[in-house]
Write a protein that binds this ligand. Structure first.
Ligand code: AMP
Ligand code: GLY
Length: 426
């Protein structure tokens, strides 16, 4: 029996908590910073995550057997390294391995060295050279701040003017240190999909596919967000395409990381562009997607905790997992103003009614004020449902959304549209 500490406070971590407590291996779950949804499953502890010594101290006092890190920032900051050095098991890569997300230039160079299919690119540390390259390439073209920029450092520039502006933004400090270096890359066309693998440093265990909806508005319009909804599986990721992605993208990446002395363990989340049946890597993340994790957890039929323990130490015994044949779909409810400045403190009710429809309302940016549930962030709730088709899951999810009483919240009404369209054709 194990004590587990879960790090994070989003809908992703609520879904992980919900699944971890279903494990027969669990003694007790702790979480920091947590949220009111996570608090239904875990004891919330008052811990400053960036204070690695404090986290280590807590783990020793509480005899924590495994730390599960949800978000990328603590990974890039070396929390796993600190825990490992203290002899505490952790699910999540070291800082060196987290460079796959922490530095876009690092990942592009790895792709170049191992012939991993990705957009053609160049790295720059000054504006004049970046601009000369952009002029030579022409638009559309993609400009990326090298480092972590909370999902905001990427500009898909349809014109040269937009591209030049994006370069200036980066070098003038719009993304802080993250923009001190810039990657300029070829514009890819096709259909995007997310592919997840659990990794134990050597092997990759395929862990599901999903499609996210990055734009804030219906019909994929408006500014980019952290993700407004997702569904799983992604029909574009056929078994043959998964096999190719493993061979051409994931396996050479794990080999490269191991050869570099930075073996990767944790979740490797490949953002892919599929064009004419060919997978290309757009980017890596070193953690579960949010909200993609929520739909994966709804479909996973294996013991999540056993898999996380295997990835964190003992290695996988088998390279397959069991999933429900159902589709799962999640609708993100966000606070007015998101992805700009969200309105906070507005009251939310009706979650019991919503869950009576068969859906699950995962909490993201919520908090409790004097017993009332209120919005406390941009993305606030993730209303998640299963169904025999994406359309059925979509209907249940929106039925649940519609009984939640939160006038200051909004959501997209078309989550899953691509898959529903495909289902209509079959
Ligand atoms: P990222 O923040 O790296 O996930 O990028 C945000 C989004 O920008 C991706 O989900 C894609 O929609 C888009 N994007 C990134 N790189 C490219 C590219 N080379 N070609 C076309 N779209 C891209
Ligand atoms: N939903 C996109 C992400 O987690 O990066």
């Amino acid at each position: 029996m194990m004590n587990v500490l879960l790090i994070g406070s989003g809908g992703r971590e609520h879904a992980l908590a919900w699944k971890i407590v279903q494990s027969p291996l669990l003694a007790k779950l702790y979480a920091a910073p947590g949220n009111p949804g996570i608090a239904q499953h875990a004891e919330i502890c008052d811990l400053e995550i960036s204070d690695h010594d404090a986290v280590i101290g807590f783990c020793r006092e509480t005899t924590i057997d495994l730390v599960v890190v949800g978000p990328e920032a603590p990974l890039v900051a070396g929390l796993s390294d600190a825990l490992e050095a203290a002899g505490i098991k952790v699910f999540g890569p070291t800082a060196a391995a987290a460079q796959l997300e922490g530095s876009k230039g690092f990942t592009k160079d790895l792709c170049a060295r191992y012939a991993i299919p990705t957009a053609a690119y160049q790295r720059f540390n000054n504006a004049p050279k970046a601009k000369a390259y952009i002029r030579a390439q022409g638009a559309p073209i993609v400009i990326k701040a090298d480092g972590l920029a909370a999902g905001k450092g990427v500009t898909v520039a349809m014109t040269l003017e937009e591209a030049m502006e994006a370069v200036d933004d980066c070098f003038e400090g719009a993304y802080g240190e993250a923009g001190a270096e810039v990657v300029v890359e070829e514009f890819l066309t096709g259909e995007e999909a997310s592919f997840f693998c659990l990794c134990d440093g050597k092997a990759a265990l395929p862990f599901g596919t999903a499609q996210d909806h990055k734009r804030v508005g219906d019909g994929d319009t408006g500014p980019n967000t952290g993700g407004m909804g997702a569904y799983s599986p992604a029909p574009v990721m056929t078994p043959a395409l998964i096999e190719r992605t493993l061979k051409e993208i994931i396996e050479p990446t794990l080999r490269g990381m191991a050869e570099m002395g930075a073996p990767f363990s944790g979740v490797l989340y490949a953002g892919l562009m599929i064009d004419a049946g060919e997978p290309k890597l757009i980017e890596y993340n070193v953690r579960f997607g949010d909200p993609e994790c929520q739909v994966l957890m709804m479909r996973l039929e294996d013991d999540l905790l056993a898999l996380l323990v295997a990835a964190a130490g003992s290695g996988f015994k088998s390279l397959s997992t069991r999933w429900s044949d159902d589709a799962a779909l999640t609708v993100v409810m966000a606070a007015e103003g998101y992805p700009g400045t969200p309105r906070k403190g507005t009251a939310i009710s009706g979650l019991d009614r919503a869950e009576a429809t068969g859906a699950k309302a995962f909490h993201a940016g919520t908090s409790l004020h004097d017993g009332t549930l209120v919005a406390n962030g941009g993305r606030v709730l993730n209303v998640t449902a299963r169904g025999t088709t994406v359309q059925a899951a979509q209907e249940t999810a929106y039925r649940a959304v519609d009984v939640i009483d939160w006038p200051e919240g909004f959501c997209r009404r078309d989550i899953g549209w691509r898959a529903v369209e495909r289902e209509g054709e079959n």
